[in-house]
Design a protein around this ligand. Structure first.
Ligand SMILES: *Cc1c(COP(=O)(O)O)cnc(C)c1O
Length: 453
């Protein structure tokens, strides 16, 4: 007989605030800089592309920020999200450790990204914005934003990384269903897109390029704002509902995690589950390890350099302090599209630098293998991105068994992979190349970073 262990919260137990890690960071994040003057920028510099309330959250040091009722109402259609103990996976592995996962795929978008999409659409609507532009890699963010915009009565224009537009037509169609307009990026619609296409007409695109395109359109029109699905402090703030719920759910078991794991694109799902546990470490003396897993082909935290760099490839964002491979870096076309981003968000970067967060890189085949093993035991088909967290959890369980100890492992299952089934087909056909960026390639990429004179 197979067992299922599912730990639920009721609606009344759902947290009413987001948690801002800045309040507890021993070293506060360095400020964003104006690229021309290299002086810290003020909040007003962001006002052309973001609504004021999101800018306030971006620079806030307040520990808790209240979740508006309208946002909570939509959260309640899929939150609190379930926490599972992966008892069948544990049994198959024969491990002494306990493996828990928080499942963020059970909403309209299929990933954690709905948590910030809803909040961002709400604040934009509040401030009279009519249209939002954004980028999307694999398409999860675009889908998350599409329905959130439809719900609050906003138009949405999505620049979708061209390689994913080809690989994942299902996500593009879902965005259309939710009434969004989707353009493959690089496009001829913007100066930054045309510039890329002149040099390389076959460019597969990147998140960095798509961000430049979306920001360019937003900067031109006072009623259009831009929205980002990861990396920035306010995005990470909105995701902390995940970890706060997980703490309440773990309290209903006899266990507490020794290690919390998230896959790593720009940092939002990892930070969302991990930061509330970091609060417990800092304030209540807990000793949970916080571990990110990124692709070996895009290893910003494990091999990148901590420095000021742009968040997009055309250099439209302020300079942000982060671990980066360089804003012009073009990652390999791996199937975890959501992890193909050149930099790590400022908050995780500072915490990694201070030794409060650990990082590890993995190749995609091992991760798909872990994803298939997980699906066969737990029944949920993971998003390719999420398979990195699963592979990280399997490593921790195996390591504990070798050491002869039992650990409690918690990972974030950031989304489901129903739209990514063709990536699994490639895995079964043995047609998924592994790729690891060498130190020399990283140095070359970083040496090519160009800044304005
Ligand atoms: C976007 C995405 C990621 C990566 O982004 P983060 O901001 O690092 O979380 C991971 N998993 C899924 C399912 C995603 O959609």
């Amino acid at each position: 007989m197979k067992k299922i262990t599912k730990i639920l919260l009721n609606e009344k137990e759902m947290p009413r605030h987001w948690y801002n890690v800045v309040a507890d960071m021993p070293n506060k994040p360095l400020p964003p800089l104006n690229p021309a003057t290299r002086q810290p920028i003020g909040p007003e510099a962001l006002a052309a592309v973001f609504p004021m309330e999101l800018i306030r959250q971006e620079v806030s040091a307040e520990r808790y920020i209240e979740i508006p009722d309208e946002v909570l109402d939509l959260y309640k259609t899929y939150r609190p999200s379930p926490l599972f103990r992966a008892v069948n996976l544990e049994k198959t592995l024969g491990t002494k450790s306990k493996i828990y996962y928080k499942y963020e795929g059970g909403n309209y978008s299929g990933s954690h990204k709905a948590n910030t999409a809803i909040a961002q659409a709400y604040y934009n609507k509040q401030e009279g914005v009519r249209r939002i532009t954004t980028e999307t890699g694999a398409g999860q963010w675009g889908c998350a934003m599409s329905f959130a915009c439809a719900h609050f009565g906003l138009e949405l224009l999505v620049f979708m990384v061209k390689v994913s537009y080809g690989q994942k037509p299902g996500r593009k169609l879902l965005m259309n269903v939710y009434n969004a307009k989707v353009i493959p990026s690089p496009s001829t619609m913007t100066v930054s897109g045309r510039r890329v296409l002149e040099i390389d007409p076959d460019s597969p695109g990147s998140l960095g390029i798509a961000i430049s395109e979306a920001m360019e359109i937003a900067a031109e029109d006072p009623y259009t704002k831009y929205s980002l699905g990861s990396v920035l402090n306010h995005v990470i703030l909105h995701q902390t509902i995940i970890g706060q719920e997980a703490i309440l759910q773990m309290a209903k078991t006899d266990d507490y995690p020794d290690v919390v794991i998230g896959c790593f694109g720009g940092g939002s799902n990892f930070s969302g589950i991990a930061f509330p546990f970091l609060h417990e470490n800092i304030v209540n003396g807990r000793k949970t390890r916080l571990l990110t897993i990124e692709p070996s082909s895009c290893p910003k935290l494990t091999k990148g350099k901590f420095m000021y760099d742009f968040g997009d490839s055309a250099g439209m964002t302020p300079l942000l302090p982060m671990y980066t491979l360089g804003h012009n870096f073009m990652p390999e076309k791996i199937h975890a599209g959501g992890l193909r981003y050149h930099g790590a968000g400022t908050l995780v970067s500072q915490l990694k630098k201070d030794g409060l967060v650990e990082a590890k890189a993995k190749m995609q085949r091992e991760c798909f293998e872990a994803g298939v093993l997980f699906a066969r035991n737990e029944g949920i088909l993971p998003a390719p991105e999420s398979t990195y967290a699963i592979a990280g959890a399997l490593d921790e369980a195996r390591k504990a068994d070798i050491e002869g100890v039992s650990r409690t492992i918690l990972f974030n299952l950031s989304g489901h992979g129903h739209f990514d089934i063709s990536a699994y087909e490639k895995y079964f056909e043995n047609n998924l190349p592994d790729h690891e960026l060498t130190n020399a390639e990283v140095e070359h990429a970083i040496s090519k970073i160009e800044f304005p004179a």
